[in-house]
Design a protein around this ligand. Sequence first.
Ligand SMILES: Nc1ncnc2c1ncn2[C@@H]1O[C@H](COP(=O)(O)OP(=O)(O)O)[C@@H](O)[C@H]1O
Ligand SMILES: C[C@@](O)(CCOP(=O)(O)O)CC(=O)O
Ligand SMILES: [Mg+2]
Length: 330
Amino acid sequence: MTARASAPGKAILFGEHSVVYGKPAIAVAVDKRANVTIREGNDDSIHVKIPELDVYGVIDIETGLISLENDILGQENPDTFDAGILKFIKSALFRTELGSSPDHGMDITVDLEIPIGAGLGSSAAITVATLAAAARYYHHDLSLETLALTAHQVELEVQGAASPLDTTVSTHGGFLYFTHESGGVKIKPALEMPLVVGYTSQPGNTGLLVQQVRKLCNDHPTIIKPIIGLMGNVTNHARESITHGEEERVGELMNINQGLLDALGVNTDELSRLIYHARSAGALGSKLTGAGGGGSMIAYCPGKTREVLEELQSIDNAFLVGMSRKGVTW
Ligand SMILES: Nc1ncnc2c1ncn2[C@@H]1O[C@H](COP(=O)(O)OP(=O)(O)O)[C@@H](O)[C@H]1O
Ligand SMILES: C[C@@](O)(CCOP(=O)(O)O)CC(=O)O
Ligand SMILES: [Mg+2]
């Protein structure tokens, strides 16, 4: 038996971090995906292979313990490596919503097109695709709604705190205005949305950054809560501007959102450099995307895509990102 599923990463245009505090957000599924294949295994363990990351993990079915076959990351970074992405895969495989849980060995391969820890939702895409592939493997029917909800539970369990934004976008695809009350509502942009992503070689860890913002908010509630409230206002203004085709205002609102994210302490030197260089090369707006603390920025650059891409590539990694209407496929 072989079961396959695939789910897209995402870019957050407006509202990362404030979405964890109940505010709205705008995000788009991107044309980079996590592709998961599950096959029956030859022994009693779950073997997970992620060739793009050089990660070869083993999950013990009885104890749930995760170990690394090649332990390269553990050796390089013994204090900080915590089996990272394998925790999401394990948590997904053992969810009761799947109707069954692993009772024999499996071989799981993740073909990952999304850079990890780059704010582009690799954790959500891998989680959604693993759940979908496992449901198929167990011949279990799972609605998209249950799939998105279950994937959010996985992110919550592994990350500690998480909004349902990434898992909603990865499940349903498209360009979404997300609220906690109504979930993802598709947006019809009245303008082209050419986006360039620039990513630093330093990965960010979403769980740690969300905790860091929580601490800042607890230490300075009368300052940080209004900033989070403002971020919600920026997102709502941006939705108007996107649907009315107001390019310059969209750019300005991205820059304002970036200033507020900086105030939350999730910006870095490297991100700032990419963000300001993108603006100098002609981007109307640029900001970090996802959790920050490293990872990626996006630049909104109608008519200037080539200039911005070349500028960012001269500093670090950069690529043009396209929207994916396709959410999870299985
Ligand atoms: N090279 C790596 N190999 C395995 N796991 C990794 C690696 N780099 C980061 N991780 C883990 O992958 C997860 C990435 O999820 P997250 O921090 O949400 O970033 P994103 O979803 O933006 O890619 C984290 O739990 C992190 O510990
Ligand atoms: C910072 C946050 O808003 C987005 C995190 O996205 P990513 O894992 O960095 O791709 C956290 C969340 O919404 O759960
Ligand atoms: Mg993530």
